[in-house]
Design a protein around this ligand. Structure first.
Ligand SMILES: [Ca+2]
Length: 403
């Protein structure tokens, strides 16, 4: 799945996902109709009967609310503390445990078929829709058609519209029933139409994939999707770790991969001091709230979770929630209380200053991505701060005072 699109958490994650603001192209009236006709031609080439497309597009108008939501850019980056605090609540852990017990037999069967553990399916379900509590009430065809015809992401959403028409043509849902987030993510697991078509599973065998009302269909589809995007037993996606004194902070970066065993040899332990698994799988260490906050080891399944949603904080939240749904411990190390989100303007200013120091050569986009963090790390080394790549307000002040 591409970034930008997982909208149940869009406000929360887009600072980590999004590219620069895209001006809407504003197809109105006739333009919108001719755009729909182009999509219809694509759809019929992919086997959708013209009558299905005509019925789906009948009376359809672009939704200005969606255009506005799409053009909105987050003001602030998010901190680990805020993001994980809001996605992994006590209530969500307890509900996840209850749901898991309730659907145990089905989830165990899915684990033996797909290799995806029950607590991970529950964690995705909890974070995507609060266990089916908010699946979105936008008409999906209208959403994806609006985004195809009125934004600059035309190719991506034209295909999503074609896939939505295919779902209709296969009789899984009616246009009216097919509802989702404003960007077209549908049902319990918030699948985009293309994800639905590629990975959806009819677990109940009634001939329809129903990701809204059938939990067997929704859970099996999630398990099938996760396996398809790389999930493999037995390691989890991530776990909290304790780093030894003097651990080289520049090793705590997703670009640094070592066998799990090599981290263990450096003195890295699970939080609580248990040994890391004896494994030669490639893994990384990250410090999402800087060196004063918790450290995590990312196993290969972290990449599978990132293929579901390309946000590090999203993937961490899934792993943390899953572990606690399974009865495991909460995160031990608290994040620093004085960590604050940086505004877009602050990040732009920081990128400009780091560029003038020839430490940052990428686009000045106001987003706190891996390249910006590497530049932060380089400057931290120059001035003798712990080089964790995490720009705190104190770091920003030091940089602003630099000559
Ligand atoms: Ca079904």
């Amino acid at each position: 799945m591409k970034p930008l699109l997982k909208t149940t958490i869009l406000a929360a994650t887009s600072a980590f996902l999004a590219g620069p603001a895209l001006a809407p192209a504003h197809a109105q009236g006739g333009d919108f109709q001719s755009c729909l006709q182009t999509i219809k031609a694509d759809a019929t080439r992919q086997g959708v009967p013209a009558a299905i497309a005509d019925r789906a597009f009948q009376g359809l108008t672009p939704d200005q609310k969606i255009i506005d939501l799409d053009s909105k850019q987050p003001e602030f980056s998010l901190t680990y503390a805020k993001y994980v605090g809001s996605t992994v609540s006590n209530d969500r852990i307890v509900k996840g445990q209850q749901r898991l017990a309730q659907h145990r037999a089905l989830l165990d069967a899915l684990q033996s078929e797909y290799g995806v553990p029950p607590h991970y399916i529950m964690a995705f379900w909890g974070i995507e829709t609060n266990y089916g509590g908010f699946m979105g009430d936008f008409q999906v065809v209208r959403s994806v058609a609006t985004l195809a015809c009125n934004t600059k992401r035309r190719d991506f959403f034209s295909n999503e519209t074609v896939q939505a028409l295919r779902i209709l043509s296969l009789n899984h849902m009616t246009r009216e029933q097919m509802r989702g987030s404003w960007a077209g993510a549908m049902g319990n697991m918030q699948f985009m139409p293309s994800t639905f078509m590629k990975w959806g599973v009819d677990r109940t065998g009634d001939g329809r994939i129903d990701l809204w009302n059938s939990l067997p269909d929704a859970f099996a589809s999630a398990a099938n999707f996760l396996r398809g995007i790389g999930w493999k037993p037995p390691l989890p996606a991530a776990e909290e770790v304790f780093l030894p004194q003097g651990f080289p902070l520049d090793q705590a970066d997703t670009t640094v991969e070592k066998p799990v065993r090599a981290w263990a040899q450096m003195g890295v332990k699970k939080a609580g001091n248990a040994a890391l698994p004896s494994s030669d799988e490639p893994s990384s260490i990250i410090l999402p709230a800087g060196y004063r906050g918790p450290a995590f080891i990312l196993y290969p399944n972290f990449k599978a979770v990132m293929n579901w949603n390309r946000s590090t904080l999203y993937a961490l939240s899934v792993a943390i929630l899953a572990q606690q749904i399974a009865g495991g411990p909460p995160v031990v190390q608290a994040p620093p209380a004085d960590d604050e989100p940086l505004s877009r303007d602050t990040v732009i200013d920081m990128q400009n200053r780091l560029a003038r120091l020839t430490l940052y050569t990428d686009e000045v986009d106001g987003l706190l991505g891996p390249k910006t963090r590497s530049a932060v790390r380089l400057y931290q080394k120059q001035i003798g701060m712990p080089a964790d790549g995490h720009p705190t307000p104190a770091f920003v002040r030091r940089l602003q005072q630099a000559r």
